[in-house]
Write a protein of this length. Sequence first.
Length: 110
Amino acid sequence: MASEKVIMIKSADDFANKVLQSDVPVFVDFWATWCGPCRMVGPIVDQLADEYQGKIKICKVDVDGNQELSQMYQVMSIPTLMLFKNGAMVDKKVGAAPKQELVNMIEKAL
């Protein structure tokens, strides 16, 4: 199950408040419950939330429940992992990735 440190985004307003207006970098996992690669990345995302607590925010967006956000950010395949800093997307990875690749994304933004 998801770490309690992972923020679940429920709407576009929620995304704006928790991601775009954040004063720290935000790592966002666009995913779905039925997606096998998403389930592979999920535990890594949880680990990152624990390891980077206080330095960045880790958020998840369920694409089935947030189609507006998926369209806005042109999420065509999942998982899509994005990194936001100062309200702008600064990095993006489509597909499952090893933990070190995600750590590298985060470290570049810190």
